[in-house]
Write a protein that binds this ligand. Structure first.
Ligand SMILES: [Zn+2]
Length: 150
């Protein structure tokens, strides 16, 4: 495994729409392993592929509920609303208040291409929504109603 450099806001790669993952091979596994090492080292709640310069639809989420690798994730249902603070490893030194669904249901594939359904609520749902936005070139600062320097 290796720590990857996290791309910072202003880099165009963060504003692109990512392509689906179609090949579940060792190159993908290496990317996922590196993303795991990177998100753990940076103590983030998640990391999306474009943040390490890869325009593919995958993200990792590291929360109380566990560590998840979400490949080709899609939010198929969302309920309620929550408002709370978010930060991003690509927007260092800032945090902002963002409104997100309270609950989401997500379909995704694991690193072998197996399909799963995941239900998340609270901060877990927030982390998923934040990471999935990255796959469409959206950053939390686009949605935040209030941003502060840390
Ligand atoms: Zn982020």
């Amino acid at each position: 495994m290796a720590i990857r450099n996290v791309v910072q806001v202003g880099d165009d790669v963060l504003r692109q729409k990512c392509f689906p993952v179609e090949v579940f091979d060792e190159k993908l596994w290496k990317l996922l392993d590196d993303m795991k090492e990177t998100v753990k080292k940076e103590q983030g709640a998640g990391l999306a592929a474009p943040q390490v310069g890869v325009l593919r639809r995958l993200a990792v989420v590291d929360v109380e509920e566990g560590y998840f690798e979400l490949i080709n994730p899609v939010i198929v249902q969302q309920k309620g609303e929550q408002s709370g603070w978010e930060g991003c490893l690509s927007v260092r030194g800032k945090s902002g208040i963002v409104s997100r669904p309270m609950k989401v249901t997500v379909t995704y594939q694991d690193r072998n291409g197996e399909k799963y359904l995941l239900k998340a609520k609270g901060f877990f749902a927030r982390a998923i929504c934040h990471e999935l936005d990255h796959l469409d070139g959206v950053l939390y600062i686009d949605k935040a109603t209030h941003i502060e320097k840390n």
